[in-house]
Write a protein that binds this ligand. Structure first.
Ligand code: G4P
Length: 527
């Protein structure tokens, strides 16, 4: 008998994502976190956990055979009694709405910034999504082993660009070739970088401890005392409430490549980051400690092989203790689903999940039943909210090769939009279809799937619009006025909701000013 309760299991879980701009070091940091958690091993090292593995999931084989890649979507590891679920936010060319939506399934995030470059565009975009949900952010200033910007300058940039309070929890000693390590401002320790990576820890009594001189050159000690002293004075002290409300970010400095500062970062997440949060539904708030199991789907990974319709839906457990084989209500369809082969994800392995707890992510293999935004619930008829669609950043007009297939096209586009692959808008005037995505790769997936699964050949051409906003107003007349005055810019999304298509941000701002009673929304709750 398992005595663990959902509340106790939740208290020891940290579900988080890393947000960063390509090349800041997310992959390197992830690898070092997994190493720390024993989830991956250096070449030659014995896999200690190998023997303990339970039933291996077949999914890994299916993945390889059929070209579905879920390899790094979720990585679970344990350290010092805490289970960490690290969710991947796909970066580079695979940047997509999934990248944003993953952030709806986490309780906190780590923002990795390159010490020489500061805040970059993609980090900023991802940060905005975190802000929508007040997700607390821990900052890791990476690549201190290279020529970096002054730490104060970096912290100012974070504070000003993101409008956050900034509190350093470690302070770097030198940078580039002269980077010697960090001073741990929480536990008053000197952490010196070892040649072969990692850090050597020396306990001290404070910044004025004469022992510092034994370990560091005199000019370094002086600089450390000045800078760290100033940082302590100038920055607000760490405040848990403010951090958890998303107003303050604790900052760590380090070098992922040299495996330096990573253990302190993880400790910081373990100590401060919130456990699984209470989640909103259309009826009431669901606390993780509740007995009945609930969860929502935030991502669906489709098969690239058109012969198979295997999909894997990523479900975040929000409450209760999930057991394998359990029957859950699929709220959208009103049908029951028995989940026989739930998958837990490890860096190099998949396992059948015998049980899962609030904050955990399980993979549910299915044939297209589960969609992004779906709720699964053991008993109550509730729907989780807050898993929105995000305004697309790339819009394309769809060109149909064979005009006889226009009905098929509509069906295909709407169905793929429901699945969360792309968004679709039908223009009020002319009726042409516009598709919207946040990442280029989604467009390629769309063209391939429309052809392979629906037998319709399409091409995409530039659309005269840059972005879309869902428009809402309290009374119909206000909305009608906007629609009438802008017929060429209006469209409907797959659910029939009115959407304003903007040629540029200037036009969007102008319309907002002209129509103060209309809400132009960059997100839409999924139907
Ligand atoms: P990403 O996932 O955020 O895109 O970044 P990734 O970890 O792939 O790192 C991008 C580049 O930055 C890599 O170099 C990586 O080795 C380097 N890097 C990451 N962390 C650090 C660090 O702390 N210090 C230094 N000096 N470099 C770091 P690359 O040359 O592009 O790739 P590779 O050939 O080393 O794999």
């Amino acid at each position: 008998m398992n005595a663990l309760t959902p509340a106790a299991a939740a208290a020891n879980r940290r579900t988080f994502a890393i947000i960063s701009h390509p090349d800041a070091g997310k992959t390197t940091l992830t690898e070092k976190l997994l190493l720390l958690g024993g989830a991956i091993h250096l070449a030659g090292e014995v896999k200690a956990k190998g023997e303990r593995r339970r039933a291996r999931s077949d999914w890994m084989k299916i993945e390889q055979e059929r070209g579905i890649s879920v390899t790094t979507s979720v990585m679970t590891f344990e350290r010092q009694g805490i289970t960490y679920n690290l969710l991947d936010t796909p970066g580079h060319e695979d940047f997509s709405e999934d990248t944003y939506r993953t952030l709806t399934a986490v309780d906190s995030a780590v923002m990795v910034i390159d010490a020489a470059r500061g805040i970059e565009t993609q980090t900023l975009k991802l940060f905005e999504v975190c802000r929508l949900r007040d997700i607390p952010i821990t900052t890791f200033v990476n690549k201190m082993d290279r020529e970096a910007r002054d730490p104060f300058e970096i912290m100012d940039e974070v504070a000003e660009t993101l409008a956050l309070d900034v509190t350093p929890l470690s302070w770097p000693i030198g940078m580039g070739r002269e980077f010697l390590g960090c001073y741990d401002l929480v536990r008053d320790r000197l952490i010196l970088m070892k040649k072969d990576g990692g850090g050597e820890i020396i306990d001290v009594t404070g910044l004025d401890d004469p022992a510092l001189e034994k370990h560091l050159p005199a000019e370094r000690v002086e600089a450390l005392r000045d800078e760290a002293g100033l940082a302590k004075e100038a920055c607000p002290p760490f405040d848990m409430e403010s951090y958890r409300a998303g107003h303050l970010t604790p900052v760590f400095f380090g070098s992922a490549l040299r495996n330096f500062g990573v253990a302190e970062l993880l400790q910081g997440i373990g100590d401060n980051a919130p456990p699984p949060r209470t989640q909103s539904t259309d009826k009431r708030e669901i606390a993780p400690g509740e007995d009945k199991v609930t969860g929502f789907v935030f991502k669906v990974q489709a098969n690239m092989d058109p012969k198979h319709r295997d999909r894997i839906a990523f479900m975040r457990i929000c409450s209760g203790r999930f057991n394998r084989g359990m029957k859950m209500n699929h709220i959208r369809s009103g049908k029951q689903m028995a989940i026989h082969n739930p998958i837990l994800f490890f860096a190099e392995d998949r396992e059948l999940a015998d049980e899962a707890w609030p904050g955990d992510i399980i993979g549910v293999p299915n044939h297209g039943t589960l969609r992004v935004g779906d709720t699964l619930s053991e008993s109550e008829d509730i729907r989780f909210t807050g898993i929105p669609n995000f305004a697309p950043e790339i819009l394309r007009r769809v060109r149909l090769d064979d005009p006889m297939k226009s009905k098929h096209l509509g069906r295909a586009l709407i169905s793929l939009a429901e699945e969360g692959v792309t968004q679709v808008f039908k223009r009020t005037m002319g009726g042409d279809w516009i598709v919207g995505v946040v990442g280029q790769l989604q467009l390629d997936v769309l063209v391939t799937r429309v052809e392979q699964e629906y037998g319709v050949k399409i091409s995409l051409e530039p659309a005269p619009f840059q972005t879309a906003r869902w428009v809402y107003a309290d009374d119909k007349a206000t909305l009608d006025k906007l629609i009438k005055a802008n017929t060429t810019a209006m469209a409907e999304d797959g659910d029939g909701q009115p959407v304003f298509l903007a040629r540029n941000s200037w036009e969007l701002n102008y319309q907002q000013e002209q129509n103060p009673k209309v809400q132009f929304s960059a997100t839409k709750e999924r139907a």
